[in-house]
Ligand binder design. Sequence first.
Ligand code: FAD
Length: 217
Amino acid sequence: MIGDVQVRNRGTIGGSIAHADPGADFPVILTALNASFVLQSTSGSRTVAADDFFIDFYTTAMAANEVLTEIRVPLPTAGSGTAYVKLPHPASGYVVVSAGALIARQPSGSCALARVALGGLGSGPIRAMATETELQGKPLTPEVIAAAAAKAAEGDGPGGRHLRERGIQAPRSDRLCAAGDRSGSETGGEFKAVLVMRDRARLLSRTRTTDTNTIVF
Ligand SMILES: Cc1cc2nc3c(=O)[nH]c(=O)nc-3n(C[C@H](O)[C@H](O)[C@H](O)COP(=O)(O)OP(=O)(O)OC[C@H]3O[C@@H](n4cnc5c(N)ncnc54)[C@H](O)[C@@H]3O)c2cc1C
């Protein structure tokens, strides 16, 4: 749930993306979905992938004379599932921590593609690339998912350095929870699509107020 009635009715996805609030939902969702953004200026248009768009806190790859005119989201292949979960701040509803996942499953049940983005942990969406690699090509068993989730803090890509700089360590797998199980619904098979980590989120929200910014699981 995003915002109150007014925000939900009048706020735009484009405005959210252009604003690039590190606590916003859409940047994480669109990064997980491998979206790209069309930017228009008087000298022409260009398309920037979500991975390259979010540069820093409230800072994007858009130049001052560009306007975001389109958001392109590739159609997920058959057998794909998506999930987005967030731990909202109790007062504002904004993200404390969030995770978006796109998982494509082969007919055999193994993972054909995984894109996982985390929010609230850095200056923008963070691709959990080590998690994605861990899932790739493997059967999506609870053990495989737990091993992949344990790699969530090794995220590289946009904002990933913030995790390392803040000394965030990998969570223990028994403290992870699944973010979604939607992609198996067409086939009836159980399919836990990735992570993350309510316990970790609570720890993060507490440690944010300390001077160490270090989380120990
Ligand atoms: C009470 C409240 C609760 C909220 N809760 C949440 C929440 O839970 N989760 C969440 O993700 N967000 C939340 N939001 C943020 C909300 O989603 C954004 O404010 C909204 O999506 C912004 O859209 P807008 O169209 O109003 O953008 P604006 O506020 O009009 O624009 C935002 C910025 O982007 C620029 N901009 C807008 N459109 C474009 C464009 N097409 N090209 C280039 N630049 C552009 C504007 O110049 C401005 O600088 C909340 C906001 C409020 C007020």
